[in-house]
Write a protein that binds this ligand. Structure first.
Ligand SMILES: [Zn+2]
Length: 348
């Protein structure tokens, strides 16, 4: 991507960091990347979103303004402000063909960033509700749609099923796993994810349901935890959910014991540098905890989280990670590290 187009001060809210990222931008043209943390609906380009909403004649929330609310390219005052685009992202695709259109746009964006393999995460239950079909049918559509798009762009892809935190999370997970089994436990599905508001409680049986799915089906477990300062959520992810990877985990940077635990267990942190600055998970006046991860030997991969909403790509996240303190030798290892911690089998 053309560095001239990167409004890095806008992302980073820090001119000095932005200058460093631009210097490192050249390295951003690496030939191979692996992407382990990207949300499908957060990866759709804004133009495609508008196209699909128009096609489906979707009624938007009254206060929603495209120009103001659809893209998040500068640091937000709160996580709620960052999440404003999801007011419309949860309203589509109602049509099967629009699932294909958005999937193709998502995968094309990854291909532009030299992504060779990707783990796409998505909420199948939302899709089922929108498309008025069963969860198994929605999962089947998602498998077909992403499979065709990935094949067209020569990318390998696996799917991670996202469960949202809250009272219904255990029921949602059971429903998803039933759909997965109804389809014969397809190899396209490689893992489970827990996402959503970290302040929300979940049913006590939820962690054991994740562990059972891991043991029974060999699915990888990744948990969004420690993005909003809740260190205990990271510990619970490791100790209760048997997480293989942690989404964000920024709060862990201030807890040496937890860093040692992540390191000892080889739990990989999915670091999303641009997202972390935009949401305020890492405040403008603080160093990014990836430096702490490196110091403690905690494995981590650089990921893009919601590149469509950021109007960026994984190459920009890697450039920002270098501005945040990664060396060229760290970057050289990224592709191999992504392969090692991927839930996909047989990457070479
Ligand atoms: Zn995420």
């Amino acid at each position: 991507m053309d560095q001239q187009q990167l409004d890095l001060p806008g992302i980073l809210d820090d001119v000095e960091l932005a200058e460093k990222a631009s210097e490192k931008g050249k390295w951003a043209n690496v030939p191979n990347r692996g992407e382990l943390h990207v949300h499908m609906n957060g990866a759709i380009p804004a133009s495609k979103i508008r196209e699909i909403l128009a096609d489906e004649t979707t009624v938007l929330p009254a206060a929603f303004q495209f120009e103001r609310d659809l893209v998040r390219a500068t640091p937000c005052q709160s996580l709620a402000e960052y999440l404003t685009p999801w007011q419309v992202l949860r309203l589509f695709p109602r049509k099967r063909e629009n699932l294909d259109r958005l999937t193709l746009a998502v995968v094309a964006g990854l291909a532009e960033n030299n992504v060779r393999f990707v783990e796409l995460r998505s909420s199948v239950l939302y899709l089922a509700a929108l498309q008025k079909c069963s969860p198994a049918q929605a999962l089947e559509r998602l498998i077909e749609s992403t499979g065709e798009a990935a094949q067209r762009h020569g990318i390998r892809r696996g799917l991670i099923l996202t469960v949202t935190r809250g009272d219904y999370s255990a029921v949602s997970l059971s429903t998803l796993l039933q759909a997965y089994q109804d389809l014969g436990a397809p190899k396209d599905v490689i893992g489970l994810d827990l996402a959503g508001d970290e302040e929300m409680a979940y049913p006590t049986e939820l962690p054991s349901l994740f562990r059972e799915a891991k043991d029974r089906f060999g699915l990888g477990i990744t948990i969004h935890a420690g993005e909003t300062g809740r260190v205990e959520n990271v510990r619970a992810a490791v100790e209760l959910f048997a997480a293989d990877r942690i989404g964000h985990g920024t709060a862990a940077g201030k807890d040496p014991e937890l860093l040692e635990l992540l390191s000892a267990r080889g739990v990989c942190v999915e670091v999303c540098p641009i997202s972390n600055r935009l949401t305020g998970a890492v405040p403008a006046n603080e160093a990014h905890p990836l430096q702490q991860f490196r110091r403690y030997g905690v494995p981590f991969v650089i990921c893009s989280d919601n590149p469509g909403i950021h109007e960026r790509g994984l190459s920009d996240d890697q450039a920002v990670a270098m501005a945040e303190g990664l060396s060229i030798s760290d970057m050289r290892q990224q592709y191999e590290i992504a392969k090692r911690y991927s839930f996909m089998k047989g990457l070479n």
